[in-house]
Write a protein that binds this ligand. Structure first.
Ligand SMILES: [Zn+2]
Length: 269
């Protein structure tokens, strides 16, 4: 495995391109090597399909392997922003069952945007174990993870894993999850629990140029199976991501990242 300067963690196939695509493209032009690792990119077996996931499948149309389609879309998208892609085989929360009970863990929308199920109290350790080879191959790489805007359980469990890395001294940054982050009060709502225990967070905006925004739009358009969930047309998508980038960049084009400034692992804890 070759070493990278940055490891971007996407819970789902599209999170990183939607949230960080402009930054990745800009920095790739400057020679930065980035790997986008999607964690919950596994295809469920028919047996693993839960009642809720079957309902979604019927709503979206019967496709043989919908996650496989999304993995191929992601390969194209990530390449267009100038990074490499890797896919882990964990299942999206809609497919997950309790290791002890065998019950569907997140059977409805309120569970998906609720709290991590008690049966998954140590699930983040499994994620970390799967990430170890990537972390070992790039020991100095900055790790990027979702800030958990929107409160999706797969984003929460990813954050939990990455907080462990931060505590162990790894350089970590958290990106604002787009499109949830379009609502400023959603960002504040995500930060409120993260500030518990006097943890201090600092926001920084990474600016980029129009060509980077074009590359990001081009990459997002690769997610053909997902686009209609968010937008009615590609031009609407292009307009929305520019509006968001100009809001974040205060007139310039930008994306927002957060880091923990206190306590940090170096200050004697
Ligand atoms: Zn996601």
């Amino acid at each position: 495995m070759k070493p990278y300067d940055c490891l971007y963690l996407a819970p789902h196939l599209d999170d990183v391109v939607l949230s960080c695509g402009g930054t990745i493209h800009r920095r790739a032009r400057e020679g930065e090597r980035a790997l986008v690792i999607t964690l919950f990119a596994g295809s469920p077996t028919e047996d693993a399909n839960t009642a809720f996931s079957r309902e979604l499948k019927e709503r979206w149309g019967a496709v043989e392997d919908p996650v496989g389609v999304r993995r191929r879309e992601d390969m194209d998208a990530v390449t267009r922003v100038g990074a490499d892609a890797a896919h882990l085989e964990f299942l999206d929360c809609v497919y997950r069952r309790g290791p002890r009970s065998g019950a569907d863990l997140y059977p409805a929308v309120e569970h998906i945007f609720g709290e991590i199920h008690p049966e998954e109290g140590f699930f983040h350790e499994e994620l970390l174990a799967a990430l170890r080879p990537f972390l070992a191959a790039s020991p100095r790489a900055t790790v990027y993870a979702p800030l958990t805007v929107g409160h999706h359980v797969d984003h929460l469990v990813t954050m939990r894993a990455v907080r462990t890395l931060h505590d162990a001294g790894r350089r970590v940054r958290f990106y604002e999850d787009y499109p949830y982050a379009v609502q400023p009060d959603e960002v504040e709502r995500a930060l409120a629990p993260l500030r518990e225990g006097d943890v201090e967070w600092l926001k920084c905006c990474r600016c980029f140029g129009p060509e980077d925004l074009d590359a990001k739009a081009d990459a997002i358009s690769c997610y053909r199976s997902q686009i209609s969930t968010f937008w009615q047309s590609l031009s609407e998508m292009r307009r929305d991501i520019e509006t968001y980038a100009r809001t974040v960049g205060d007139g310039e084009l930008g994306e927002a990242f957060w880091r923990i400034v206190r306590p940090d692992p170096g200050d004697g804890r």
